[in-house]
Design a protein around this ligand. Structure first.
Ligand code: DHB
Length: 390
């Protein structure tokens, strides 16, 4: 089989790229090892940067702006005090609370309606010939049939366990990374929101985040040990733990219908592009969840790669694809820093000394009591303006 762009991975990055390429008249095949149901039921974060919403607005039927809610600020809570950080007054931008799996559901529906060649249950086993003008993806279909796709370019949008990464970096793991000595225990519950805006709370017992999904479903997290068993807590214990970490707010409780433990990692692949293959999204990098940068960063990669592929495939211009990795890495490392900073500023480190804890409160005060501090936070949280190279 032959296509112009073979996209491995039908997550937000791969699907959005197929949409942007199609708008420019570039045909693609998108494949994913998972079923449509598995993809649509993956639990993700809930915050979209303004730039992410603006690009999703170009996807027919996208409900991010209509069903999602605009959020103009967040609250930082520590030492018994609450501090709101307003976004529009500092940077003239906002974020949208719209569950990312809903954004994904919108994208799948839009691509199928547009006639996109989108194949679920197809595993990419290996990518080869990326140093030639016709890279190939060797695949296995759900029924075990093997076949190959020859393309002008192969894109790895296949997540943190990327297969395409091996063809780009020469190794599965080649990159810079760090781990963290904690994780998040996440719950979904049926209840009304406990507060109008998200609360990021640093408490002596550890961090908690009070987020939302809709008027009737809420998402909350608390810092836990990475080895925590999801069934180790009763529902009452979960509420007690969460409530103790947000003094000053009475949480509105309701049945908890989903629980998970999220591990924290930071990772950036050493190479994002080699010959006729490139990586976007989690295949290229992982951020810890604090600040909700994961999907937003994937979207920013896709916008840059789309511009670069249009240059290469429509005009035979190699300059934008040669510049892709460097352009993407500028934003990736800013987002890596922001995610690391939010994480380290808000969490209780198991081996923190008294000095470390008091310094951390000084750091939080430096942000919330300073116009410049609040502005930096608002700028990074709402997302740096996207640079186009076209
Ligand atoms: C959510 C997750 C985040 O990591 C964050 O910073 C904000 C919100 C969420 O799942 O709603």
């Amino acid at each position: 089989e032959r296509t112009r762009v073979a996209i491995v991975g039908a997550g937000p990055a791969g699907l959005l790229l197929s949409h942007l390429l199609a708008e420019a008249g570039i045909e693609s095949i998108v494949l994913d090892r998972r079923t449509r149901e598995e993809i649509e039921s993956t639990v993700r974060a809930g915050i979209l940067e303004q730039g992410t919403v603006e690009i999703l607005d170009t996807v027919p039927g996208s409900r991010a702006r209509t069903v999602g809610h605009r959020h103009d600020g967040i609250e930082f809570r520590f030492a018994g005090e609450g501090h709101r950080i307003d976004f529009p007054s500092h940077v003239g931008r906002s974020v949208w609370l719209y569950p990312q799996h809903e954004a994904l559901t919108d994208l799948i529906a839009a691509r199928l309606a547009a006639g996109q060649d989108l194949r679920f249950g197809v595993t990419a086993d290996r990518v080869d010939d990326v140093d030639t003008a016709t890279p190939r993806v060797f695949c296995t279909a759900a029924d075990g049939t093997r076949f190959e796709i020859a393309a002008d370019f192969v894109v790895g949008a296949d997540g943190s366990r990327s297969v395409v990464r091996t063809a780009v970096t020469g190794s599965h793991t080649g990159g810079s990374f760090r781990e963290y000595p904690f994780a998040w225990f996440g719950i979904l519950c049926e209840a009304p929101p406990s507060s109008e805006e998200l609360i990021y709370s640093n408490s002596p017992d550890g961090f908690a985040l009070i987020s939302q999904r809709s008027d009737t479903v809420q998402r909350m997290y608390f810092q836990c040990d990475p080895d925590t068993d999801v069934d180790a807590y009763s529902e009452a214990q979960l509420w007690d733990t969460l409530q103790a970490r947000v003094p000053g707010t009475t949480l509105r409780e309701g049945p908890i219908f989903q629980r998970d433990v999220l591990r924290f990692r930071s990772f950036v692949a050493h190479e994002l592009r080699h010959g006729r293959a490139a990586l976007v999204g989690d295949a290229a990098h992982t951020v810890p969840p604090t600040g909700a940068k994961g999907m937003n960063l994937a979207v920013a990669d896709v916008i840059l790669l789309n511009d670069a592929l249009q240059g290469l495939l429509l005009r035979g211009d190699e300059a934008p694809i040669d510049a892709y990795a460097e352009a993407a890495l500028r934003r990736i490392w800013k987002a890596q820093h922001f995610s690391w900073w939010m994480t380290s500023m808000l969490h209780a480190s198991p081996d923190a000394s008294e000095f470390d804890r008091l310094r951390q409160l000084g750091e939080l005060r430096s942000v919330v009591e300073s116009d410049a501090g609040q502005r930096y936070l608002a700028e990074a949280y709402t997302g740096w303006p996207l640079q186009r190279t076209l």
